[in-house]
Design a protein around this ligand. Sequence first.
Ligand SMILES: Nc1ncnc2c1ncn2[C@@H]1O[C@H](COP(=O)(O)OP(=O)(O)OP(=O)(O)O)[C@@H](O)[C@H]1O
Ligand SMILES: O=C(O)C1=C[C@@H](O)[C@@H](O)[C@H](O)C1
Ligand SMILES: [Mg+2]
Length: 176
Amino acid sequence: MSAATPAVRPLVVLVGPMGAGKTTVGRMLAQAAGVGFRDTDADVETRAGKPVSEIFVDDGEAAFRELERDAVVTALGEHDGVLALGGGAVMTPAIRDALADHRVVFLQVGLADAVKRVGMGTGRPLLLGNVRARVKQLLDERTPVYESVATHVVDTDGRDAADVAALVRELLEEKR
Ligand SMILES: Nc1ncnc2c1ncn2[C@@H]1O[C@H](COP(=O)(O)OP(=O)(O)OP(=O)(O)O)[C@@H](O)[C@H]1O
Ligand SMILES: O=C(O)C1=C[C@@H](O)[C@@H](O)[C@H](O)C1
Ligand SMILES: [Mg+2]
């Protein structure tokens, strides 16, 4: 009889809106916990050979969402550290299903802090135009979805990224 191979799974999956700090906090948390960090936006960019903003322009959002779905499902099955998802990943039903028995932390951010953090950068194609209005619309549409997949919620408003990482770390320790 062969010994069962334990399933590889992330220590924690970070979800939340653009500017919540999934990438920034995720990196800090992984370093502090001594585990690897992986970001599905980066995985998609590697696979496509171009930045997310170019995928949206050249191939469209639907093509990006397909690449994202494959990247998330793959990473959930092979990464055992901190995994950050793209801000809109939870809007894909197959991704929500795949998150079902994982530890998922929703990094919550309000409109004012989110707008401050994303600034006027051009790397986020869904924010082109009126940044504040787009962020508000996405927060309104997506907040219930983040809440539905989350096992934990951490409020990041008014906290710097290191404080948020420390809070998530405490939460992971508590659950051991
Ligand atoms: N808690 C925080 N306080 C202040 N600034 C922050 C905080 N977290 C992240 N930032 C800053 O906000 C910007 C966006 O953060 P980051 O790229 O980590 O967000 P994200 O959630 O990964 O967004 P996306 O969904 O677009 O990938 C960065 O400039 C980062 O340094
Ligand atoms: O919120 C979103 O839909 C997105 C967030 C980013 O992480 C990227 O995945 C992309 O810019 C789309
Ligand atoms: Mg990110």
